[in-house]
Design a protein around this ligand. Sequence first.
Ligand SMILES: Nc1ncnc2c1ncn2[C@@H]1O[C@H](COP(=O)(O)OP(=O)(O)OP(=O)(O)O)[C@@H](O)[C@H]1O
Length: 455
Amino acid sequence: MSAFPACLVVDDETDIRELLVLTLERMDIRADSASSLSEAMHLLKKGQYGLCLTDMRLPDGSGLDLVNRIAQDYPGLPVAVITAYGSAENAVSALKAGAFDYLTKPISLKQLRPLVQSALKLSAADKANASEDTGALKLIGNSPAIQHVRSMIEKLSRSQAPVYISGESGSGKELAARLIHQHSSRRDGPFIAVNCGAIPENLMESEFFGHKKGAFTGAIQDKEGMFHAAKGGTLFLDEVADLPLAMQVKLLRAIQEKKVRMVGGTQEESVDVRIISATHKNLSVLMERGEFRQDLYYRLNVIELKLPALRDMPEDIPMLVDALLAKQCREQNRPIPTLSPEASHMLARHSFPGNVRELENVLERALALCDGNTITVDDLLLDQDASAHAPSARSAPEDEGLPLPDYLEHIEKTAILNALEKTQHNKTAAAKLLGVSFRTFRYRLSKLGLSKDTD
Ligand SMILES: Nc1ncnc2c1ncn2[C@@H]1O[C@H](COP(=O)(O)OP(=O)(O)OP(=O)(O)O)[C@@H](O)[C@H]1O
């Protein structure tokens, strides 16, 4: 038998119980079984388990009761619930209550194997966790807001539930998603990040699910999609609000059924992928406007992780400045300059609408401009950003001597060029900074005749 601690199977139907125990034993995992909530609690007290599988309906309670009891008394133990086919609500409530994952009836070995393997890795990761450094990625800051994010990341790493990360542009949503992945049982699997706003609409289905040779003109061979690439790992859907409605329906199906079908394919294929999504837009407002499907919203937003804006945790700015400067100097192989007291003060007071990304950019620019030893207020170029480039919001068209349409165009051009400058001409980042999708950004660039200047 394997070194993996036993699994506890809880189901009141003898046939299912026996089938599960046999299947687990075939996977080299010892299994005990219980037919009720009380019997399960009794066995949990006596034994050491590495995973619990429970049916939703038990004679003396529900699977959810068991999930709650385990979360309270045995917080390290992953529990997966078994739900009837198509009962998405049950699966979602179980995940919200802290279940590690769910299985839908009829249970197949294909479903069970990755789940058990994930649970196994989670136990192993747990043991290694305390001492191990999980690489260079780190969420810097000590404010209560960041500490809360850190503890949420730790909790979310222990689950397979879809996570929806909200927060302003540049506030660290992708960083948080990577950290969840790195601390989870999936950490040896891939982390695939997709910017939903940057994929042309006509290629979207094939990019997500792959295509078969001949499915459309140009499909010269079978090609796997991003769901395949993320198998056994995490798929991070950034800017999920930019998904067109037709694609939202297909994504919902894939998440619900844990299966995908290639464009031009006839067969569905199981994919074991954890979804983490993010956007800086307000998804619930988009949902109310009918621009984002409600069912997909509830499916993605099983657990929400909110990232604070940098202006809401100004006490973290000095620590971030030190750490980011040290990192950039390490990368550039140069000594770390000091900051003049005025420069430190100015950074601590700045509102950073572009959050930590903006701070990174300000510091990078300051490093390039400073004399090598000291970063001064002048090297930060903070005031110049606010005043020199953009016309003042209060100045009226007539002050600029322009008719209204030209004046508006002028403002838009200025805002776009400023955003491009701030992001070192990274169009994806500039679009995010301005709060528009990549598609809209590209369209505006060409409309305003800026495409060539910015390539
Ligand atoms: N608390 C933090 N500690 C260290 N680095 C951070 C922190 N928050 C953000 N960063 C860094 O700031 C940059 C922007 O973060 P990230 O790309 O994760 O933001 P985002 O919220 O996903 O942005 P967008 O909405 O534009 O996609 C990254 O380089 C990231 O590593």
